[in-house]
Design a protein around this ligand. Structure first.
Ligand code: HEM
Length: 408
């Protein structure tokens, strides 16, 4: 992949800057330069006249996300501000503070408990086995389409009770929403239309589940109460959109990076295939550390609060970069090295750095990645990529659009 020439401000990771046009090695080098020049916390002015605090050290990312009193989630979860009506449709619990956040999170938590995940394992193994048969027939295939974007969406769609016929369109809508910064995929207008269409869909789905309840999260949410009141259409719709998008795109990205990284390190792939049960847990943490499928989350300071060598003013935006924290050499020795034996790979912050918003689906994602990788490596020890990943241009997710693969 070619890198795009760097602009006058090479280390500005805002959506419009050339930062996100570069290849992964350049991005990592740029984040390293940011961390070095700032000690992990610095203010980046933007053309609009405002700006944001960019947090790139592991310690400061933890500090921010574990202090929800000083750093609120209610003003938005992404670097770029969203109009309030858009935030209402896309935010849900990720844009709430406690105690409200906990009240709503609790409504769905049981569906993602360790027990629920264990019960889903055989079913995910069956889905993986079906994918193996598809690959056997095709031999050359796009990993993202055939595996990454396929299985996690089936799982979350089943959990939500989304009818099979509606799934392809909903998957397209999620791509259009998350591809907002990638001209090949979407643009702002298209992305906004996609959010509105998804939102209308969820409202209809909710209505039908109220009349004909099933054994799914959607039916449960339609009948749930918070403080004695049913969820409003907006609360319900945004919750379903969050679960559908978060449950699909992130795991698809994690799986695709796993395939890329293991193909780039065939010795580690062979070792993993030989001793999958012994090595898988740590290998998956290392994939998540290295790739960080979610690039950032944003908080907003509620009070003047010290962070690093600065005092963040009340009202300032604070962006925590998981990719940068996961490559902080203060914690991870030689951080760009991919090493499934890395002793502290588990200290990664790919699912968040603790605090009330820590990823609700972390257990599900880990299980899905483990089952899919285990099934694929057992069936095709020689499965490998044939080209580098085609990266999504995004300031928010570390997406892969395509990853050609073959079985020799
Ligand atoms: C490799 C896969 C995944 C990664 C890397 C990932 C990453 C993250 C991150 C970084 C956060 C924000 C943490 C914070 O702000 O402190 C988050 C939140 C969340 N994730 Fe995931 N996630 C993944 C898979 C999933 C899955 C499978 C689901 C299932 C629905 C899910 C549902 C959620 C939800 C609902 C939240 C918001 C939690 C809250 O605000 O309380 N995620 N995730």
């Amino acid at each position: 992949m070619e890198s795009v020439p760097r602009a006058e401000s090479p280390c500005d990771p805002s959506a419009l800057s050339p930062f996100w046009d570069s290849d992964i090695d350049t991005r990592l080098a740029d984040f390293a330069a940011m961390r070095e020049r700032s000690g992990g916390v610095e203010f980046i002015p933007q053309r609009s006249g405002t700006g944001f605090w960019s947090v790139t050290s592991h310690a400061a990312v933890r500090e921010v996300t574990r202090d929800p009193t000083s750093f609120t989630s209610t003003r938005g979860f992404s670097l770029d501000d969203m109009p309030p009506e858009l935030l209402e449709m896309l935010g849900s619990i990720i844009a709430m503070d406690d105690p409200k956040h906990q009240q709503y999170r609790r409504l769905v938590q049981v569906a993602f408990s360790p027990r629920a995940i264990r019960q889903m394992t055989d079913y995910v193994a069956d889905l993986s086995a079906a994918i193996v048969e598809t690959i056997r027939e095709r031999r050359d295939f796009d990993f993202v389409e055939t595996v990454g974007a396929n299985l996690p969406f089936q799982v979350i769609a089943d959990l939500l009770g989304i009818p099979t016929a509606d799934r392809p369109r909903l998957r397209e809508l999620i791509d259009l929403i998350l591809g907002v910064n990638d001209g090949e995929v979407s643009d702002i207008e298209t992305s906004l239309r996609a959010v509105a269409e998804f939102f209308e869909y969820t409202v209809d789905l909710g209505r039908s589940r109220r009349q004909n309840p099933g054994d799914d999260i959607t039916s449960h949410l339609m009948h749930a109460e918070v403080d004695g009141k049913r969820l409003t259409a907006a609360e319900f719709g945004s919750f379903v959109i969050l679960l559908a998008a978060a449950g699909n795109d992130t795991t698809r990205t994690g799986l695709s990076w796993a395939m890329h990284l293991l193909s780039r390190h065939p010795d580690q792939k062979a070792a993993l295939a030989d001793d999958f049960d012994g090595l898988a847990a740590n290998a998956i943490e290392e994939v998540l550390r290295w790739s960080s499928p979610v690039l950032h989350m944003r908080r907003t300071a509620t009070v003047d609060v010290p962070l690093g060598n600065h005092v963040i003013a009340a009202g300032d935006k604070v962006v925590v970069w998981y990719l940068a924290a996961n490559h902080d050499p203060g914690l991870f020795v030689d951080p760009t090295r991919f090493d499934i034996y890395r002793e502290n790979a588990r200290d990664n912050v790919a699912f968040g750095a603790g605090g009330p918003h820590f990823c609700l689906g972390a257990g599900l994602a880990r299980m899905e990645i483990r089952v899919v990788l285990g099934t694929l490596l057992a069936a095709f020890p020689n499965l490998h990529t044939t080209a580098p990943p085609d990266l999504l241009r995004s300031v928010f997710v570390h997406g892969i659009k395509a990853l050609p693969c073959t079985i020799d």
